[in-house]
Ligand binder design. Structure first.
Ligand SMILES: [Zn+2]
Length: 86
């Protein structure tokens, strides 16, 4: 079952893939397929942080080349603090 959603990394149109456990899974035409933990998504919204799109895609590619479905749980180094221009 697939639902149209936004990508959690680049915010483009992506498909939501239903998955087991405390994860959001997306299949994005730009970023590819990945999972992010629910806990992390809440923490990001709370702290006003967003993914560094290029760094995150690079990390996802590395994980895929190792044969894993990338699961982002502890995004050390992948985040930038989103600051509203004043
Ligand atoms: Zn994306």
């Amino acid at each position: 079952m697939v639902i149209e959603m936004n990508c959690l990394i680049c915010v483009g149109a992506a498909e939501r893939v239903m998955c087991e456990g405390p994860w959001e899974e997306r299949d994005c035409p730009e970023c590819g397929r990945y999972r992010i933990s629910d806990e992390l998504i809440l923490a990001l919204m709370d702290q006003g942080q967003i993914f560094d799109v290029l760094k995150t895609r690079g990390w996802l590619d590395t994980r895929r080349s190792e044969g894993f479905l990338p699961c982002i749980q502890c995004p050390e180094g992948l985040l930038v603090t989103f600051v509203e221009p004043t």
